[in-house]
Design a binder for this molecule. Structure first.
Ligand SMILES: Nc1ncnc2c1ncn2[C@@H]1O[C@H](COP(=O)(O)OP(=O)(O)OP(=O)(O)O)[C@@H](O)[C@H]1O
Ligand SMILES: Nc1nc(=O)c2ncn([C@H]3C[C@H](O)[C@@H](CO)O3)c2[nH]1
Length: 207
């Protein structure tokens, strides 16, 4: 693996991305790039009425992440400095393909490619898979008010969309290392030895 690894932690809602990315950032002394959730003005409205608010929300996420990754490129990636992120830009498309319909989906796809095709992409992805019950439990434990309205069917679709998207990314970008973590069985929060195993694997990849 070359210097300057760009690591992304991915997985469906509540899989543990921010938790794992933060733990790895501390353990490996790699700066973290975190998604800003609290300042999103559309999430609440979106979960109340997905069809009404999806375009605004998806565009908001796309523009925010575009700006964040542009800055990260200058600050870290272009200088070969390692960085770990709790998302991959590709997640925009995974969600948008599910939430948008018709002409809006087509317009979004075009804008997504215009904005992101030349952005630096992670060379390591830690993909946390988890089953519906695990995700629902973790989302409720976290207790964000607006997520109380998440439809389990929407979450189940996202679980499947993520599997499909990761499989397609593996074919499209064979040089990207994808480490799949079974988040319903591996518990890196409760069991330090399970976290140590993941950290050791990542360390080996970035050496
Ligand atoms: N392995 C785990 N075992 C037990 N609890 C966990 C585990 N991973 C995460 N959690 C808990 O589950 C909740 C969701 O985790 P986290 O916020 O890291 O998920 P996320 O994937 O970043 O979510 P989002 O998709 O909303 O950004 C948090 O309360 C966290 O403490
Ligand atoms: N529709 C949609 N598109 C995205 O790109 C996206 N990224 C995150 N999320 C939702 C999941 C959590 O509730 C919350 C925090 O991650 O925001 C998204 N929702």
């Amino acid at each position: 693996m070359k210097r300057g690894p760009f690591i992304a932690v991915e997985g469906p809602i509540g899989a543990g991305k921010t938790t794992l990315a933060s733990m790895l950032s501390n353990e490996l002394h790699i700066p973290i790039l975190k998604e800003i959730v609290e300042e999103n003005p559309f999430l609440d409205k979106f979960y109340q009425n997905i069809d009404e608010w999806s375009f605004q929300l998806e565009m908001f996420f796309l523009c925010n992440r575009y700006k964040q990754l542009e800055d990260t490129d200058l600050q870290y990636i272009a200088q070969d400095k390692p960085v770990i992120s709790d998302y991959h830009i590709y997640k925009n498309l995974i969600f948008a393909e599910r939430t948008l319909k018709g002409i809006k989906r087509e317009k979004y796809r075009q804008i997504y490619h215009i904005l992101t095709d030349d952005l630096p992409k992670p060379n390591i992805i830690l993909y946390i898979r988890a089953d519906l019950d695990t995700l629902l439990y973790r989302i409720s434990k976290r207790g964000r008010a607006f997520e109380g309205q998440i439809d389990p069917a929407y979450l189940q679709q996202l679980i499947e969309d993520y599997d499909t998207a990761m499989a397609s990314l593996a074919v499209r970008e064979p040089s990207t290392v994808i480490v799949t973590i079974n988040g319903s069985e591996v518990d890196f929060v409760e069991y330090p030895e399970q976290f140590a195993q993941i950290a050791a694997q990542v360390k080996e990849l970035i050496q």
